[in-house]
Design a protein around this ligand. Structure first.
Ligand code: ADP
Ligand code: MG
Length: 604
């Protein structure tokens, strides 16, 4: 006798519910999406006990007549697609026709709806798949769906529900995504009678972000850079967090495609690449990315929760996003503003600021320094003015520095600017509205890196023959890596010749890297090539090599600089493309404003 049976419809729905309805937050998402598809302009979500007791979603959308209301809870019923052709180019959030049936199979549901032009509303009740009959009732235009006691007949699933607080975190996240994607809607979220969010349809996007993310000390919305592009059928609007507000996870990356929140590894990668060199490794930018493109250019029928899509031309999406974001980031001044603790943070009785804060540590070091150096030195000693003096200067690494346009570097404008080097590691420079503290190594590294990139883009690096070739032992793998990357070595201006069975010699070395030890550099280069050659494309590999070269050739922390070397460094800084970050993404400069100091010293 055959073993296979056909599952009854309620079982089918419960199985579907397992995919679509993971927890109360999934119900909120599905119901809010239905309201949006119904053309609602106002949606109110009321939750009790984290959604265990009640999830209610009320909208002012198109509503349903009695017949549709009864049918909406049947499996595979939808008004959004009709034929298989409609699957190519889905413009609604829903289309699978399974959300309401799934929800109704695992909870007690009461739905009330009144379509435009109808005299009264209808309502229906369903208890875990057992459907009551349609009955007339009172109600406004639109639809209200109430879900009670979710999973009450499925103890195994109910057990997995977390505390009301945790479930609310998930619900708030779903609400947030929908609120960001639909900034023209009037949206309210209530928990246990308390209003958590009331978002007006008059909100501008930034205002909405400010309301949804009011994180201290300064909100996310104040630290966003906005950019937009519209090319090749792809409209991109991005609000990008400055590096200063980066996070330890991707949680604050919100990607929307035609008002649908999506997760996509191509887009995440493009975002990561756009911030390359601007963030330390393991930090993730805050990004709100809104993409609009023809519905026919991707498939949403990939996953039951519809949060993944398949782009037909993923490369185009990747490259357009990367270009739009990167261009804006590189063209923006991303200097790190020092964040002194606000006077309110100081414990009154002790009078001294809390320690452990990074900028506080810098402020302390500064105070200490000024105490030691107070009146003895004349300011003269730290100021630089004379142009004649500047002309004779040699740059710190012996390189001639050009500006991006190939013009000679402009003179530093302000006659009044003063600087000094502290702890042989940092340079303090007076600016028009305060002072900057520069990490000499990080800044110099950036300058050299940019110089290397510029030159290598044009042709290869200039090199010079070593007076005495330096020989070194090489492993078979090392020799292999060198052979595979012969072109790269050529570009770098490094000439190696065999010098015995296991030995090679460095014959020529790039002029720009005079400060680096050739042997040490080549050894590290071999390590890098040996490690990386299999999984990095040529451009990335070159970038890593240039990073390494810049790091090795740059002035070190702890190195005393002459006045003229500092002057040169400051002049080079003015010409650098993104001088505010070192190639690894650490800040090179921290800005202090005089008004912050005045506040700290309680002068205001
Ligand atoms: P889908 O959204 O994939 O079509 P659902 O099960 O979520 O499937 O909903 C079934 C149908 O019920 C929808 O296609 C729509 O016609 C109707 N419907 C659901 N919610 C609403 C609502 N809030 N207002 C009007 N119609 C709705
Ligand atoms: Mg739906």
């Amino acid at each position: 006798m055959g073993q296979i049976v056909v599952l009854d419809q309620n079982m089918v729905n419960m199985i579907a519910a397992g995919e679509v309805i993971e927890r109360p937050a999934s119900v909120v998402k599905e119901l809010m999406e239905n309201s949006i598809d119904a053309g609602a302009t106002k949606i109110t979500v009321s939750i009790e006990d984290g959604g265990r007791k009640l999830i209610s979603v009320a909208d002012n959308g198109c509503g349903m007549d009695g017949e549709d209301l009864a049918r909406a809870f049947e499996p595979h019923t939808t008004s959004k697609i009709k034929t298989s052709k409609d699957l190519h180019g889905i413009s609604t959030l829903g289309f699978r026709g399974e959300a309401l049936a799934s929800i109704a199979s695992v909870a007690q549901v009461r739905a009330t709806s009144r379509a435009k032009g109808q005299n009264g509303a209808n309502c229906i009740e369903i208890d875990c798949g057992n459907k009551g009959s349609i009955s007339p009732c009172s109600g406004d235009y639109g639809t209200t769906i109430q879900i009670r006691d979710i999973f009450y007949k499925l103890p195994a699933r109910r057990k997995f529900l977390r505390t009301a607080n945790t479930e609310m975190v998930h619900i708030t996240e779903q609400f947030t995504r929908i609120a960001l994607a639909n900034d023209r809607l009037d949206l309210t979220l209530i928990h246990n009678g308390r209003e958590l969010y009331r978002l007006s349809d008059k909100d501008k996007l930034r205002q909405r972000i400010a309301e949804l993310f009011p994180m201290p000390p300064s909100g996310i919305s104040e630290n966003l850079i906005e950019t937009e592009s519209n090319e090749k059928g792809l409209h991109i609007l991005a609000l990008m967090g400055k590096p200063a507000i980066s996070r330890t996870s991707k949680k604050f990356q919100y990607i929307f495609l035609n008002r649908r929140f999506i997760r996509d590894k191509f887009i995440s990668h493009a975002i990561k690449e756009a911030y390359r060199g601007l963030l330390e490794p393991n930090r993730f930018p805050v990004v709100f990315l809104f993409i609009r493109m023809p519905y026919e250019d991707y498939d949403v029928n990939v996953h039951p929760t519809k949060s993944e899509v398949r782009f037909y031309n993923a490369n185009l999406v990747h490259s357009q996003i990367l270009a739009t974001l990167r261009e804006k980031l590189l063209g923006t001044d991303l200097q790190t503003q020092a964040q002194l603790p606000s006077p309110a943070d100081f414990p009154r009785s002790q009078g001294s600021p809390p320690t452990g804060h990074r900028s506080q540590a810098i402020a302390d070091a500064m105070a200490e320094f000024f105490k030691k150096h107070r009146p003895v030195q004349t300011q003269e000693q730290f100021s630089y003015k004379s142009k004649q003096h500047l002309v004779a200067l040699r740059p710190p690494t012996g390189q001639i520095t050009e500006s991006r346009t190939g013009q000679p570097a402009p003179e530093i404008r302000s006659e009044q600017r003063k600087f000094l080097q502290i702890h042989d590691s940092y340079i303090v420079v007076q600016t028009d509205d305060g002072f900057d503290i520069i990490d000499q190594h990080a800044l110099h590294e950036r300058i050299i890196y940019e110089d290397l990139c510029r030159r290598i883009r044009k042709s290869k690096l200039e090199s010079q023959k070593l007076l005495i070739p330096e020989s070194f032992e090489v492993t078979p793998w090392g020799a292999d890596a060198l052979k595979t990357n012969a072109e790269l070595l050529e570009k770098l201006g490094i000439e190696l010749v065999p010098f015995g069975p296991k030995t090679m010699a460095i014959q020529a070395f790039p002029t720009l890297l005079v400060k680096a030890d050739p042997l040490d550099f080549v050894q590290d280069l071999i390590d890098l090539l040996d490690r990386k050659d299999t999984n990095l494309d040529g451009e990335r590999l070159l970038d890593e090599v240039l990073n390494m070269a810049a790091c090795k050739a740059a002035i070190k922390a702890g190195q005393r600089l002459t006045m003229s070397e500092i002057e040169q460094l400051l002049r080079d800084k003015e010409n650098a493309e993104s001088a505010s970050r070192c190639p690894h993404g650490r800040p090179t400069t921290i800005k202090f404003s005089i008004s912050d100091l005045a506040k700290q010293f309680k002068r205001t």
